[in-house]
Design a protein around this ligand. Structure first.
Ligand code: IPD
Ligand code: CA
Ligand code: CA
Length: 267
């Protein structure tokens, strides 16, 4: 299954995402909501992936970002009994539409509300981060164990996505977070943040808005690599877990360190 889905994702990247990258006309880009850009490539990629994924697993259904934008009732599939493919056809659309990297394709397989497999593909680098439940996470075939080598205190590195934070908390958290180490502004591509965590390039990522196609695959991959991805109350983040706020970290101690800073800022 892992390899078949990987091949399908690579095919969608080669046939749709990469040929249209830096070749979009203004008619190919629109706003589905204020400040939320979508391109013809997002829609075509989701169509191609949806057809391929449901063919791979008879009885499965798709919850894709663009499908839900057109019909929000599709989200109900996440609490049903059929296996669900969660699809973010292009993550980092604002970058993609502007002709910039990074952007990613993300897919998760969810059974009974729990992720059991995940894929993040960087089409430009042709890099794939994948995992199946219990098998560990792999980047381009190499097993990743992110918590093996803990950094020194104050030596952490990671992004804090404050765009959707409550206004009062945003500045207080940014200020206090400096104690952690190097706080990055974020790359506008959640998939890349998770892939960098799994690869050990960064140690944490903090998100406020937690739409399932943005976070289920990545959270699952981080856990399979030995890290932790939980709501602020410590519940593992899953597709149907209600609420806002998500901290992904390379290890449990790092997760608690970041959580403490949030607490001190009033969250
Ligand atoms: C966005 C990216 C971004 C995150 C936004 C998402 P999209 O996804 O993942 O990093 O901060 O919340 O909406 O819309 O480009 O698929
Ligand atoms: Ca996304
Ligand atoms: Ca998207």
């Amino acid at each position: 299954m892992i390899d078949q889905v990987s091949a399908l994702i690579r095919e969608a990247a080669a046939e749709v995402v990469l040929p249209m990258f830096q070749h979009l006309s203004s008619a190919d880009v629109s706003e589905k909501a204020p400040g939320e850009v979508v391109t013809v490539a997002d829609q075509r990629t989701e169509e191609v992936l949806s057809a391929g994924l449901t063919a791979l697993l008879p009885g499965s259904v798709v919850v894709g970002e663009e499908g839900v934008a057109a019909d929000p009732a599709l989200l109900d599939r996440l609490s049903g009994t059929d296996p669900v493919w969660l699809v973010d056809p292009i993550d980092g659309t604002a970058n993609y539409a502007a002709g910039r990297t990074p952007f990613a394709i993300m897919v998760a397989l969810v059974r009974d509300g729990t992720a059991v497999a995940g894929w993040i593909h960087d089409p430009v680098a042709d890099s794939l981060t994948v995992a199946e439940a219990g098998s560990g996470a792999y980047v381009d075939g190499v097993r990743m164990r992110i918590s093996a080598d803990p950094p020194p205190p104050g030596g952490l590195r990671g992004p804090i996505m404050t765009r959707f934070f409550p206004p009062g908390v945003r500045e207080a958290f940014r200020e206090r977070a400096r104690v952690l180490g190097e706080v990055l502004p974020g790359l506008h591509c959640a998939g890349r943040e998770y892939a960098d965590l799994v690869a050990g390039v960064q140690h944490f990522a903090v998100f406020w808005r937690t739409l399932p196609w943005d976070h289920v695959a990545g959270s699952f991959l981080v856990r399979e690599a030995g890290g932790m991805a939980c709501r602020l109350d410590g519940r593992p983040y899953e597709a149907t877990s209600e609420g806002t706020g998500l901290v992904a970290a390379a290890s449990e101690p790092i997760w608690h360190e970041v959580r403490e800073v949030l607490r001190a800022a009033g969250v």
